[in-house]
Design a protein around this ligand. Structure first.
Ligand code: GAL
Length: 692
């Protein structure tokens, strides 16, 4: 009892994973300051790494690059609190004042990703322990335990000290909590918090045993504190999914500890965010963002070869965390330094990718970083200045991004990406599939992108949202692999279909509940009655199989045999004859439900087949692209709001392409000449009918 009582605070916060916040209505922008630029362009600046005598030169050069924003502070804890409880903010006062003098907006990062040596030395209990029991040492970053109460106290204190000092500073427009939170810990406090979490989630150990089905390999537990904390290895899938729920709750609580400390001390218009990573699965980002003001993320193209459609999907997901515009908090000025071959983006691609972010809802583009520190782990990373303090060859291209975005800002202000299609992204499903793929190649992100690609290209606008989001404004909703489907989600999806919506479910959908247990009815489980069909069996494929019918082509990796159980279910694809279990069996079925429909796609379709399917789904939902037949190198997007409609066309190709403009479109900027957009060029236009 005492033990549980001791953990009460954490446990209460970890308790449940409460429902998704209501979407914020459009239009909106990611800064709430009406007198500030609607689009931020800027850079991560680490004044603590440089002599003060250089600051003014750097800030001037940043202005010459067209920047209006700097992000500072994250990682500078040992400079702000050089010894326990002794704060030194004088240098930061001067750095912020200098930035203000040069007209910058400032985003402050709390430094808790990099605890000072005095802290880790005196309080080794705050250090992270990995799954193999190895305690982290000093010199890297993120080496703290996310559950350590002591670390929370130190974090809260430094964050509050900063907020007291800069919370009302006129230059400061936003706050970033920590930096890329993620790795969990296996220290004793984390283990105790895990047990408290499970107790809170299940109430009794009997209930946990029931939901996890522990009468299996003697997994039965007599008490919560017998339950191992594991992320990997031979464990019950219920335990492994709850591990993710636990890390979500713990990281959310870690971030909220700082949010709560600074919120009362800062200007009410300043945003609070935390910067997240590429397809990061360390926690459920929808839950993390519930009590943050905006989403922000760090978009890197590690191999320097953008798969722009796939990258756009991640932007859409980030936009979906809050269903509102976001900040691109970090992106590369050319190259990174953390993959085997750190190839730089080609000339023009940095600008192209900046515009892609904006097209998908970014209201800020910040580069990482201004100038490489003379030493430290990242001396080889792309930067705007070189080690000699002079502009790198990428600088003029980035200056062009600044000019573009500053010029376009009044037009883009209060606009947000338009889409009639929503794709559902579920962390539970992703985790659950990943831990039991059944086919090595069933990568849930790849599966998601394979659906997304033709739908995005053909519709020219997709929102990615949580299965708990309000779907009523979308004409088409696609859930590529909603394997973990709660009863509540199923009910919402059914309501959507009965209200006239078109729902498409991909393979493995509706197979398991939120304890990762199999439903007693096969896919799509709670939606089987609505579909009027279910899956008789699933098969991992080691070679391709053809499908015939309205949607003919090839499938691979995964195939489910569907069995219609209602009269008006139409089979639109069947497996071809190969002398196997699947011969002639339904692969895709669809059913009209009032003005709406539900379709189940039982197999992993190849690109051409998926493209045909996308075409027919979009036609059925009556969704037409803005520019039909645009060259495949083009990324087309619309941002609308505030009485405006803006069309953005990005040519990701190496050649100029003609673009047929929609009626009434008027050029507003960029590389539009003679009916063409230049190679790696960008052009933006206004569209009539701003009420949309
Ligand atoms: C990010 C990180 C930055 C910097 C950057 C380099 O993940 O937030 O601090 O390390 O990577 O690409």
């Amino acid at each position: 009892m005492t033990r549980w009582a001791g953990l009460a605070l954490i446990a209460a916060a970890l308790a449940a994973l409460p429902a998704q916040a209501q979407p914020v209505p459009f239009p909106q922008r990611a800064t709430a300051y009406p007198d500030r630029p609607a689009i931020a362009v800027g850079v991560a600046w680490y004044p603590e790494q440089w002599p003060e005598a250089r600051w003014d030169t750097d800030l001037k050069m940043m202005r010459e690059t067209g920047f209006n924003t700097v992000r500072i502070g994250e990682f500078a804890w040992s400079r702000m609190e050089p010894s326990e409880g002794k704060f030194d903010f004088a240098w930061m006062d001067r750095a912020i004042a200098a930035a203000q003098k040069h007209g910058f907006m400032v985003v402050i990062g709390t430094p808790t990703a990099a605890p000072p040596a005095w802290l880790t030395q005196k309080y080794p209990d705050t250090l992270r322990i990995d799954e193999n029991g190895v305690r982290a040492g000093h010199g890297g970053r993120r080496h703290f335990s996310f559950a350590s109460k002591r670390y929370r106290d130190f974090s809260r204190r430094i964050a509050a000290e900063m907020a007291k000092r800069y919370g009302k500073h006129p230059a400061v427009v936003g706050w970033q909590i920590d930096n890329e939170v993620g790795p969990p810990s296996w220290d004793p406090e984390s283990i105790a918090a895990w047990h408290a979490f499970l107790k809170q989630r299940y109430g009794t150990i009997d209930e946990l045993n029931r939901r996890w089905t522990t009468q299996y390999w003697s997994q039965f537990y007599n008490d919560f504190d017998q339950v191992p904390l594991r992320q990997t290895g031979q464990q019950n899938p219920g335990l492994l999914l709850d591990f993710r729920h636990f890390t979500t709750a713990t990281w959310t609580d870690f971030v909220q500890t700082q949010v709560k400390a600074i919120r009362p001390l800062i200007d009410s218009k300043a945003f609070i965010t935390t910067n997240t990573m590429f397809w990061n699965a360390g926690f459920d980002h929808f839950v993390m963002h519930r009590d943050l003001d905006i989403a922000s993320w760090d978009n890197y193209i590690p191999d320097g070869r953008p798969d722009w459609v796939a990258n756009g999907a991640n932007h859409d997901l980030v936009r979906g965390y809050k269903q509102r515009n976001f900040w691109l908090m970090e992106t590369q000025p050319g190259r990174v330094d953390w993959v085997p071959v750190n190839k730089a983006l080609d000339p023009g691609q940095v600008r192209e990718m900046a515009w892609q972010a904006v097209a998908h809802g970014a209201d800020a583009v910040l580069y990482w970083q201004w100038r490489p520190a003379a030493n430290g782990q990242e001396t080889y990373h792309g930067a705007i200045l070189g080690q000699d303090g002079k502009p790198n060859p990428i600088q003029p291209e980035i200056a062009r991004v600044s000019t573009d975005l500053t010029t376009a800002a009044p037009l883009l202000a209060d606009t947000a990406p338009v889409a009639d299609v929503a794709m559902l992204y579920s962390y539970d499903s992703r985790w659950a599939i990943d831990m039991q793929r059944h086919h090595r190649d069933f990568d849930p992100i790849k599966a998601f992108i394979d659906f997304y690609r033709p739908i995005r290209v053909q519709s020219q606008g997709v929102h990615v949202v949580s299965p708990e989001a309000d779907l009523s404004r979308y004409r088409l909703v696609v859930a590529p692999n909603l394997m973990v489907m709660t009863q509540k989600e199923a009910t919402a999806l059914e309501t959507y279909v009965r209200g006239g919506g078109h729902l498409v479910l991909g393979p493995r959908s509706g197979m398991r509940d939120d304890a990762n247990a199999l439903y007693p009815v096969t896919q799509p489980g709670p939606l089987a009655d609505l579909l009027g069909a279910n899956v008789a069996q699933y098969y991992a494929l080691d070679e391709g199989v053809s499908v015939t019918g309205e949607i003919a082509g090839k499938v691979s990796i995964w195939a489910e045999e569907l069995v219609p159980t209602a009269a008006n279910v139409r089979t639109i694809a069947r497996y071809g004859d190969k002398g196997g279990w699947l011969d002639g069996k339904p692969a895709i079925v669809t059913r009209k439900v009032g003005a709406g429909s539900i379709t189940y796609v039982g197999a992993w379709l190849d690109a051409a087949t998926m493209s045909k399917l996308a075409e027919s789904l979009l036609a059925q939902a009556n969704i037409a692209p803005l520019i039909p037949g645009a060259h495949p190198d083009f990324e087309i997007a619309e941002r609308a709001g505030g009485g405006k409609r803006v069309l953005i066309a990005i040519n990701h190709g190496k050649e100029a392409h003609a673009l047929a403009l929609p009626p009434g479109a008027k050029p507003a900027g960029g590389d539009w000449a003679n009916g063409e957009v230049a190679a790696h060029g960008v052009a933006w236009f206004t569209l009539p009918g701003g009420a949309k």
